[in-house]
Design a binder for this molecule. Structure first.
Ligand code: GLN
Length: 454
């Protein structure tokens, strides 16, 4: 209990937690003591986890960091959290995030920014972004407030915050982790995954989180491999692909150097390095920022002031006016921007020009990866084009913010497993992340390459 309280105290200034649930974590710790006594330990017995507030937790307020879900207390447990608790884990609390997981800096939360525990070493005291959307998650692990946390990744929200805070995180193949009970953002892209201090801890958590769920129509009915047992940092006989198109214009020298370092580590581990081409890379970002908002605009239609959370009922208002008041009040600016973009690209006059076109380009991006994986086993790239930026630095310019996702969205569009592992520090002493992308269902290959270079 006292260790828990100390961790909570330490974390308060970072604003990482939206709800604290010490009793849940302590009950799991007690259960672990009993299990140890009876020789009955489970894979996560007693491990206190942080849960991103996108996961519905039974009896515990779940808001997706949005005003529109204020006061929403789910009567059901998400499949992922019930699997984690079934494996013995406890919950320390619910973690702050970008509102509805839309953002790359945790600045779209209705409950305030999360502050990264990292500082630049130039003596300045600027508050840095922990990345997003899983910014509470990354801050909690990197400040050592929780040994592991859940994240979700639609276009990079596990990998980019992991990179910004010097931790590891993996987005598995689309369909590995059930989306049931996870507040939906863009359903064809959303995937849950673990974030933790290193690759091994990610492997242990991912095993507990994965598996078929009949309640999610896109869940994969496949056995869960023993990823932790299969871990090996030996890359002998493996080909690591370096995609030429990821050498984007104006790439900072530090990111170039990080990439070279990652290549050297992969070689040291025995890998053969091959150059590959993903010719449609430059279309991935615009494609993502059509498809994700389109799906979001449809998913978010359910927040009508009747079924969940907030209801604004001005005096004498009719039903339409109640909808409008609730949505105007409850959604943040970035969420409204996405709904506007999404309804626009889906509208009768523009559907073919934008949405259909984006779906076609998505297929080309999938094909790019298929062809690249004929020549290599995994791909190695930087996770993000920069280290953590300052809070407020990009929040006024949505395009600058979206550009931060340039290396993470292509693999999301293709549904591939992808991971970020720490790759060292930049000149300011800030962490940089290296990304490993694998073939569909080859989480083992991704984890092994991650282990070799972390
Ligand atoms: N930053 C991206 C976005 O804003 C990705 C977010 C995510 O993966 N949830 O859409």
């Amino acid at each position: 209990a006292s260790a828990f309280n100390a961790a909570v105290e330490k974390g308060r200034p970072l604003n990482a937690w939206l709800v604290e649930t010490p009793d849940h974590a302590l009950a799991a710790a007690d259960a672990a003591d009993a299990a140890r006594a009876s020789g009955d330990l489970k894979p996560l017995s007693g491990v206190p986890l942080g849960i991103k507030d996108l996961f519905c937790t039974k009896g515990v307020e779940t808001t997706a960091a949005s005003g529109i879900l204020k006061g929403f207390v789910p009567q059901y447990e998400s499949t992922i959290t019930s699997k984690l608790f079934g494996a013995g884990a406890g919950m320390l609390g619910k973690l702050n995030m970008d509102q509805f997981a839309m953002g790359s800096s945790n600045e779209t939360s209705a409950f305030g920014d999360v502050i990264s525990p990292w500082k630049r070493n130039d003596g300045g005291n600027a508050a840095l972004a922990p990345g997003g959307s899983s910014g509470g998650s990354s801050a909690a692990v990197s400040a050592r407030m929780a040994p592991g946390v859940t994240g979700t990744d639609t276009g990079g929200s596990i990998r980019q915050p992991a990179a910004f805070t010097g931790i590891s995180g993996i987005k598995p193949t689309y369909g590995r982790c059930s989306r049931w009970g996870v507040v939906a953002f863009a359903s064809s892209l959303d995937q849950a995954g673990p974030m933790a201090k290193d690759v091994r801890d990610c492997a242990i958590m991912l095993e507990a989180m994965s598996g078929f769920d009949p309640k999610d129509a896109t869940s994969l009915d496949l056995p869960v491999p023993a990823w932790e047992k299969g871990l090996s940092g030996d890359l002998k006989g493996k080909r690591v692909g370096i995609p030429r198109e990821y050498r984007v214009d104006n790439m900072p020298a530090e990111i170039e150097a990080l990439w070279e370092q990652g290549i050297a580590w992969a070689k040291d581990a025995g890998a053969e390095i091959v150059e590959v081409s993903l010719p449609h890379t430059k279309y991935a970002l615009p494609t993502y920022y059509i498809i994700a908002p389109a799906e979001a605009s449809s998913n978010l239609a359910r927040y009508d002031g009747v079924r969940y959370g907030l209801r604004d009922l001005p005096d004498g208002a009719n039903l339409q006016e109640m909808y409008a008041a609730t949505r105007a009040d409850g959604f943040g600016a970035e969420v409204k921007r996405r709904i506007m973009i999404g309804t626009y690209v889906l509208s009768a006059g523009f559907y073919d020009a934008y949405f259909t076109k984006a779906q076609k380009v998505r297929s080309l991006i999938v094909r790019d990866f298929e062809q690249a994986f004929e020549k290599c086993d995994v791909l190695l790239t930087p996770t993000a084009p920069s280290a953590a930026f300052g809070l407020g630095e990009k929040s006024a310019d949505p395009i600058a913010m979206y550009l931060n996702d340039v290396f993470t969205v292509p693999s999301s569009l293709a549904g591939l497993p992808a991971m970020s592992v720490p790759g060292g520090l930049d000149g300011q002493g800030l962490p940089l992340g290296l990304q490993i992308i694998g073939r569909p269902l080859d989480e083992q290959g991704v984890l092994n390459a991650g282990l070799a270079i972390e």
